[in-house]
Each structure stands twice: as C-alpha cells, then as structure tokens.
Design a protein around this ligand. Structure first.
Ligand code: COA
Length: 189
C-alpha cells in the first residue's frame, strides 16, 4: 500500500500579498449579502438569534475590508451593534457594508441591516453595526492600509465621526489615555 499524499494548507497571510496604497472611494468596498432566516437561526421566540446576525455582520464587514485593502484582515473589535427590531423566521436579511474610515493599520467598517418580509415585500432598516478590522502582513503583523474617500453625504458624516469613535473604543479597550483623546474631548468643551 502506497503512502497517502498529505497537502499542507498554508495560512493565507504567509503568501506574498500586494497592496496598492492609493486612496480608494468607499464604493470599492461596498458589499451586499442577503440571507433567509431559517429555523436553525432562531431563538425560542422564532426571532433571529443575535449571535447569528453578528456572524453574518462579521462576514459582510470582512468582505468590505478585503475589497478595500486586498489583504488578510482580522476582526479586532465589534464596536456597536443594537437589535432594535426583532427579525422573524422566514424574513430575508440584507446587510450592506462599507469601509467608513481607515487609520494606520485598522479599518472601521459600517454595516446597515435591512429586513424584508417575504410575503409582503416590506423592507425595514432594523439596525446598524460598526466593526474594526486590522490588516495583517505576511508575518501576521499589522500592516498599513490605503485611505478611504467617502462618496455619499451619509458616508461623509460617518467618515467625520470616525476619529471620535476610534478614540472612544481605544479608551474602553485600555489602549488610549482619555487625556489624549482631543477630538472626543472637544465634544464636551
Ligand atoms: C487585532 C490585532 C491584530 C491587533 O494587534 P496588536 O498587537 O494589538 O497591534 P497594535 O497594538 O499594533 O494595533 C494595531 C491596530 O489595531 C487597533 N486595535 C487594537 N486593538 C483594538 C481594539 N480593541 N479596538 C479597536 N482597534 C484596536 C489599533 O488601534 C491599531 O490600529 P492603527 O494601526 O490603525 O492605529 C491582534 O490583537 C489580534 O490578532 N487579535 C485577534 C484577531 C482575531 O483573531 N480576530 C478574530 C476573532 S474571533
């Protein structure tokens, strides 16, 4: 009996990657994914289980991050998610995500969630979420990402507020001193 050939899967980030560093419009990172809520995705009230939505959001945000920087990226933080409207069994859920701002090696991704009743077709925007991703180089270390240029009015507002949100999340993560958060402090001046 011959020996079985074993294929070793290389981690993605150990492969050479090219990252053009030119600034990109938000449109380059648009991602849109649609899911249907099946029984296995629901809680005891037959509403979408929150953890399932977080997973779908994470996936959509990852697609946006990859489209923006063409690098391996990882979720560094889930910064804001609220569940304002229950999403029902059988509903269709559409998640639209885009890079709202980049910093040095991190990207803020904004995702809007829409639910659609499959019988009436009624669509409701049910929540928004903000995730932070970090791009990694071939050695798995954080690496620089291109800047983003907001296109729509809404994206310009999100871009402008991103610095304050970043300072707040780094303070909460114990990675920034409150006294260093000048833009955040200016809100209360
Ligand atoms: C995310 C990670 C790469 C950051 O590594 P690190 O050694 O802390 O790197 P640094 O301190 O140099 O920070 C790198 C960037 O991450 C950002 N960052 C780190 N922790 C963060 C947090 N809690 N919230 C937001 N941003 C954060 C930093 O602000 C920095 O961004 P910048 O370069 O744009 O200024 C590392 O913590 C990691 O690998 N985490 C696990 C990721 C993962 O497995 N995700 C899937 C989870 S299921």
């Amino acid at each position: 009996m011959g020996l079985r050939k074993v294929t070793v899967v290389q981690p993605l980030f150990s492969r050479p990657q090219k990252t053009p560093m030119d600034a990109k419009p938000t449109t380059a990172s648009y991602s849109e994914t649609t899911h249907i809520v099946l029984p296995n995705d629901t809680n005891l009230l037959a509403n979408l289980f929150g953890g399932q939505l977080l997973k779908w959001l994470d996936m959509s945000c990852a697609i946006s991050a990859h489209r923006h920087c063409h690098r391996v990226t990882v979720t560094a933080a889930v910064n804001n998610v609220s569940f304002e409207v229950p999403i029902k069994l059988g509903d269709m859920v559409t998640i639209k995500a885009h890079v709202s701002r980049t910093f040095s090696t991190s990207l803020e991704i904004w995702a809007d969630v829409w639910t659609e009743n499959q019988f009436t077709g009624e669509r409701i925007k049910c929540n928004s979420a903000i995730y932070t991703f970090v791009a990694l180089d071939e050695n798995g270390k954080p690496t620089k990402v291109p800047e983003v240029i907001p296109v729509t009015e809404e994206e310009k507002v999100r871009f402008a507020g991103a610095l304050r949100r970043r300072q707040l999340r780094l303070i909460l993560a114990g990675k920034m001193k409150p006294e260093e958060a000048n833009e955040l402090k200016a809100l209360f001046a």
